[in-house]
Design a protein around this ligand. Structure first.
Ligand code: PNS
Length: 160
């Protein structure tokens, strides 16, 4: 069984993430969305909220599982018996950091392979941080995030 992990903060999930999840789900038997519990960041959404928003947004994809992890990604991969990491690449600017992480993960575990998927061009400028900034100041984020996330983000910023 080919199991892949798509790791990230997902604070919150965007349509760019969802596009990668949908496309990657065809390539593997199981795709696990791994939500990082990062104690040094102060996220807008709790881990539980982020997981629930991903689950609701992916309910139409049958081979997707959502779980959280702390510590090293490769330890989470081993626990899940996954051998591949999938990441989305938006622009050249993403490449340097992603390349560093891919090489570090390979150094930590030589059996693990990282593959990159090019983001759909219509989402190439999209990031969770930008979406939060726009939503926080009342800008329109329609079409950039799943409908349920749009409602929840507005609620967080008292703009619902
Ligand atoms: O959505 P993000 O914040 O860009 O995702 C970054 C993530 C979660 C993929 C990355 O920070 C990560 O894998 N963190 C786990 C810690 C780890 O394994 N670090 C060493 C390998 S680079």
């Amino acid at each position: 069984m080919r199991i892949c992990v798509y790791p990230g903060s997902f604070d919150p999930i965007t349509n760019g993430h969802l596009d990668i999840i949908e496309r990657a789900s065809y390539l593997f038997d199981k795709l696990i969305v791994g939500v990082l519990i990062n104690t040094s960041k102060s996220p807008l959404f709790t881990v539980e909220e982020r997981i629930n928003l991903i689950k609701e947004s992916c309910s139409h994809i049958k081979n997707v599982e959502v779980d959280s992890f702390e510590g090293l990604l490769i330890d989470f991969m081993k626990k899940k018996k996954a051998t591949t990491i999938i990441k989305g690449l938006r622009a050249v600017s993403d490449f340097e950091y992603e390349f560093q992480m891919a090489l570090m993960n390979r150094k930590l575990s030589s059996e693990i392979e990282t593959i990159f998927m090019m983001t759909n061009s219509k989402y190439s400028y999209l990031s969770s941080s930008l979406v939060k900034e726009v939503a926080r100041f009342g800008g329109c984020v329609k079409g950039l995030i799943p409908g349920k996330v749009e409602n929840e983000i507005k609620r967080k910023y008292n703009r619902g």
